[in-house]
Ligand binder design. Structure first.
Ligand code: ZN
Length: 267
């Protein structure tokens, strides 16, 4: 793999990769249930078992990195709707590329057996984000319902990992003044995206690679770790990003501290 000079300088503390742009925030279906999930549906196995670690207890994150995305080509890969059956494999692939990402978690998807995966995310420097309890359109809920969607996931993730999240991704990208107000009260930045891979709609790895790698420096890329085709695309898209000399950052690394209530999609 070829590595750009900028990338090379950062290789020890970060990862290098690449992306292309594309925007859209159309509606999408609710998260696909996992094979062993409460509603049990699909049946495809994970691309490979996850041989790696499954930390227990409160994880210790690595030292904070200070990456200047004003000077290097940063991209923030984000994975929504998990954790799922492929998530630990996603972590294995990211680790091979020294890539850190942000996982926007759905509270009801976090089962007992997923807790080690969440702790592993923290231990490996990934960021955890709030994607509500059960993937509702927050703009359609009462004030109490809206708060419940966010707070219940916040509490569970804190209990499992010890981490207080700073990023909220409203499902479907649906937000308004009321959602922004609640995010602000709860200390959460609203993290949307600049590049939509539409991986939930087009289950074709080649398309996921093409769309994700269209990202420009400073952009957030939306993907879903619950789709097998996205996981299959991951090594290839990371190779492309690597060749372009990108550095993979979390959303908080991309923007610095997220301002509660503010919307983010690129820098
Ligand atoms: Zn989602």
């Amino acid at each position: 793999m070829r590595v750009g000079l900028t990338c090379l300088a950062l290789l020890l503390v970060s990862g290098c990769g690449v992306l292309l742009p594309r925007t859209s925030a159309g509606p999408r279906p609710a998260p696909t249930p996992r094979p062993n999930g409460p509603t049990g549906a699909q049946s495809s196995p994970a691309p490979s078992p996850s041989p790696s670690s499954a930390p227990s207890g409160t994880p210790r994150p690595p030292q904070p990195r200070h990456i200047s995305c004003a000077h290097v080509k940063c991209v923030a890969l984000t994975f929504d709707d998990g954790p799922g059956n492929y998530t630990s494999h996603v972590l294995d692939v990211l680790a091979k590329h020294y890539a850190r990402a942000t996982f926007f978690l759905v509270g009801e998807m976090i089962h007992k057996e997923d807790q080690p995966v969440l702790r592993r995310m923290v231990a490996e420097g990934h960021e955890l984000g709030n994607h509500t309890w059960d993937h509702r359109d927050l703009t359609s809920l009462s004030d109490a319902g809206l708060k419940h969607e966010v707070v219940s996931t916040e509490r569970l993730v804190k209990e499992v990992t010890g981490v207080r999240m700073h990023a909220l991704r409203p499902p479907y990208g649906a937000t308004d003044r009321r959602v922004a107000g609640e995010a602000k009260r709860l200390g959460l930045g609203q993290v949307l995206w600049a590049v939509d891979t539409l991986d939930w709609r087009d289950r074709v790895p080649k398309l996921v690679v093409q769309r994700s790698t269209a990202a420009k420096p400073g952009q957030i890329v939306l993907m879903h770790d619950i789709h097998k085709t996205t996981v299959e695309a991951l090594p290839r898209l990371l190779n492309v990003f690597d060749k372009k000399g990108f550095t993979y950052v979390t959303v908080s690394e991309l923007f610095g501290d997220l301002k509660p209530g503010k919307r983010y999609s690129d820098r």
